[in-house]
Design a protein around this ligand. Structure first.
Ligand SMILES: Cc1cc2nc3c(=O)[nH]c(=O)nc-3n(C[C@H](O)[C@H](O)[C@H](O)COP(=O)(O)OP(=O)(O)OC[C@H]3O[C@@H](n4cnc5c(N)ncnc54)[C@H](O)[C@@H]3O)c2cc1C
Length: 385
C-alpha cells in the first residue's frame, strides 16, 4: 500500500540559528524588564504591550512580503522564534492567530484594499484576529454549518451563530466561514465562503464562555443582519473549503501543538537537578527523546511550508502526536514527583504547574481538530480509508 506521508528532512540554516540568538536576547530583556514571568504558561496571556514590542522587533509577519511590511524571512526562521517564545512562556496570545494564519490567508486571498488596511497593523502587533468556524451544531463537520451571508447592494448580510471563538472579545476582526449557497448533491463542500468582518460592526454580539481553569478564553458570537462590504470577501465565493484547509495546515503543525505546557517539563528538569534519581532520569530522558522527535517533525512541516507545499496530512500527524504527548505530560510528571527532592519550594512550584497543566490537558485534543478527525485524515493519507 502506498504511503503518502512524507516528512522531508530539514536542517536549520545559519540564519535561523542567528535568529534564535536574537529572539533569546529579546526574551531575556523583556523578562528582566518585567514584561512577563518566564517559564510559566504565558502563551494564552493577552498582552497588547508585549505584542507591540514583538511588532517593533520584527517578530510578527516574519515570512510576509516586504511590500506589506513583512520581513521575508523563511518559515524556519519563524519556527525558531515561535518555539523560543512559547518555550519561554511569553504572552503572545494577542497577535497569535493574526500572525500564524489570518495574515497569511489575507495575503493569499484578500482584496488589495483589505491587505493595505489590515496587514501593517498586524505587523505592528496592534491588530488581533479570531477564527469563526465552529457553530453549535457544526464543529468537526464544518460542511454542515448554517450561519449564512446573503447578497445585498454592495455587500452581504450575515446572520447566524459561532461558538468557541477564542479571543473574540479582544479581537478587532473575525474571519468567518459562512454559507453563501446550499451544498450540491455532487459536492458537499460547495457553498461556503470566508469573510473578514470587523468585530465592532453593528449586529455582532459576543458572549463569554469560561474554560475549565475559570478563564475567559473563548466566546459565543452572534450575527444579526451584519453588513459586510464586498471587498471583505476572502478568496472565491462558494469555494472556501480548500483555502480553509490550507489555513489548518498552518494551525496544526507548529511547536505550540506540543509546547503550550512546556513549563511542566522545564520545572521537572529544574527540580530534578543535575544528578537525578535513576527513575526520574529515565522518565525525563524519555519525555525529551519524544519531544525531540516531535520537534523534528514539526520543523519538517515548516520546511515544507517554506517550499510552498501544503502538508495537510503531516500537519495532522504533528498535531495528533504532539497533543497526545502534551496531554500525557502532567500525568507522567506527577508520577515522577515523589522521587524529586529539589530546592525548597521547587517541588511545590512543580506541583502547581502540574495542577494547572492537568486543567489545560483536555482541550489539547479538541481545539484545531479533534483526535478522531485527525486520525481520520491520517488514515486517508495512509490509504486506509
Ligand atoms: C480551547 C478551544 C479553543 C477553540 N477555539 C476555536 C476558535 O477560535 N474558533 C473556532 O471556530 N473553533 C474553536 N474551537 C472549537 C473546535 O474547533 C471544535 O470544538 C472542534 O472542531 C470539535 O467540534 P465540536 O466541539 O462541535 O465537537 P463534535 O464535532 O460534535 O465532536 C464530538 C465528538 O465526536 C467525534 N467525532 C465527530 N465527528 C467524527 C467523525 N467523523 N469520526 C469520528 N469521530 C467523530 C469528535 O472527535 C469528538 O470526540 C475551540 C475549541 C477549544 C477546545
Amino acid at each position: 500500500m502506498a504511503c503518502a506521508i512524507q516528512f522531508d528532512p530539514v536542517q536549520l540554516p545559519a540564519a535561523a540559528e542567528a535568529m534564535r540568538k536574537r529572539v533569546r536576547e529579546f526574551l531575556h530583556r523583556q523578562a528582566s524588564a518585567g514584561s512577563f514571568i518566564p517559564n510559566g504558561f504565558g502563551m494564552t496571556d493577552h498582552s497588547p504591550e508585549f505584542s507591540r514590542l514583538c511588532g517593533d522587533a520584527g517578530f510578527i509577519g516574519m515570512t510576509w512580503p516586504r511590500e506589506y511590511g513583512g520581513g521575508e524571512h523563511t518559515f524556519l526562521e519563524r519556527f525558531v522564534v515561535t518555539e523560543e517564545m512559547i518555550a519561554a512562556g511569553a504572552p503572545v496570545w494577542a497577535h497569535w492567530v493574526a500572525d500564524r494564519q489570518s495574515g497569511p490567508m489575507l495575503i493569499r486571498y484578500g482584496s488589495a484594499a483589505v491587505k493595505k488596511m489590515v496587514l501593517p497593523k498586524i505587523i505592528a502587533g496592534e491588530c488581533y484576529f479570531c477564527i469563526g468556524m465552529s457553530e453549535p451544531d457544526s464543529g468537526s463537520d464544518l460542511f454542515s454549518l448554517r450561519s449564512r451571508a446573503d447578497p445585498v447592494d454592495e455587500g452581504w448580510l450575515v446572520n447566524g451563530r459561532k461558538i468557541w471563538t477564542s479571543n473574540a472579545h479582544r479581537s478587532q476582526y473575525i474571519i468567518a466561514l459562512l454559507r453563501t449557497a446550499p451544498a450540491t448533491d455532487s459536492n458537499r463542500r460547495h457553498g461556503l465562503t470566508q469573510f473578514l468582518i470587523p468585530m465592532d460592526a453593528p449586529g455582532i454580539n459576543v458572549r463569554p464562555i469560561h474554560n475549565l481553569t475559570g478563564a475567559h478564553e473563548f466566546n459565543e458570537v452572534t450575527f444579526d443582519d451584519v453588513f459586510v462590504a464586498s471587498d471583505h470577501i476572502i478568496g472565491e465565493v462558494d469555494n472556501a473549503w480548500k483555502q480553509a484547509t490550507n489555513e489548518l495546515a498552518y494551525e496544526r503543525s507548529g511547536p505550540e501543538r506540543f509546547l503550550e505546557t512546556f513549563a511542566v517539563l522545564y520545572g521537572l528538569v529544574h527540580a530534578a537537578g543535575r544528578d537525578p534519581e535513576q527513575r526520574s532520569a529515565e522518565g525525563i530522558g524519555r519525555l525529551i527523546a519524544q519531544l525531540s522527535t516531535l520537534r523534528q517533525m514539526s520543523l519538517s512541516v515548516a520546511g515544507m511550508l517554506s517550499d510552498g507545499k501544503v502538508p495537510e496530512v503531516e500537519s495532522a500527524v504533528v498535531k495528533e502526536m504532539g497533543t497526545n504527548w502534551e496531554q500525557a505530560l502532567p500525568g507522567v510528571a506527577r508520577n515522577l514527583v515523589p522521587d524529586i527532592i529539589g530546592e525548597p519550594g521547587e517541588r511545590e512550584h512543580l506541583e502547581a504547574l502540574i495542577h494547572q497543566a492537568t486543567l489545560f490537558a483536555p482541550k489539547l485534543t479538541i481545539q484545531g481538530g479533534t483526535r478522531e478527525i485527525l486520525r481520520g485524515i491520517i488514515a486517508r493519507g495512509l490509504g486506509l480509508r
